[in-house]
Design a protein. Structure first.
Length: 182
């Protein structure tokens, strides 16, 4: 499906200038209206505080402030930032522990370098077509880490979407030390 991205503002955080320019060109080819560039997480955070950004693409490994720290600061609501902005983490490291670490920091999508224009477009499309609910717990804020339902899961339901008619109510979270039920 073709989308009208003409009003979309994207922030690219990448310290490798040829890669940054390539990303910028790809985004403009997709029809993105505005692309902001930052060389590290600190610059990105400053731009993010000043602009109304709709999507962030960030590299992981950068000096001064890396992409993972940037994600954590945005998801923490640091300085009143929009915690819900979609964030695509780009990295050359594809080990499972890295993917899990990025996911647990609150990224929306993960993209392994080198990637194709189609790979990048698919991640953006995934954000649009299949947005995930945000989850807040004592130690996490970000998109629901589950990609799909496990029909064989036999544990206690922990989210409203896990509920089934056989449950009268379930404790969803604690508010001011009191259980809030649904």
């Amino acid at each position: 499906m073709a989308y009208d991205f003409s009003e979309v503002k994207v922030l690219v955080t990448e310290d490798n200038m040829p890669m940054a320019e390539l990303l910028k060109s790809l985004l403009f080819a997709f029809g993105i209206g505005e692309v902001w560039m930052a060389r590290n997480g600190r610059e990105a955070l400053n731009i993010y505080h000043e602009q109304s950004i709709d999507l962030i693409l960030t590299d992981w490994m950068m000096r001064e402030m890396d992409g993972l720290t940037l994600v954590k600061m945005i998801r923490s609501g640091e300085k009143g930032t929009n915690q819900y902005v979609p964030i695509i983490m780009m990295t050359g490291f594809s080990e499972k522990r890295r993917v899990v670490q990025a996911r647990d920091a609150g990224i929306t999508e993960f993209l392994v370098k080198p990637f194709t224009a189609r790979d990048l477009y698919k991640r953006i499309e995934e954000i649009i077509e299949r947005p995930r609910q945000f989850v807040k717990s004592d130690d996490f804020f970000g998109p629901d880490r589950r990609r799909r339902r496990d029909p064989n899961y036999n544990g206690n339901p922990r989210r409203v979407t896990d509920l089934d008619k056989s449950y009268e109510s379930i404790v969803l979270f604690k508010e001011d030390g009191k259980n809030v039920r649904w």
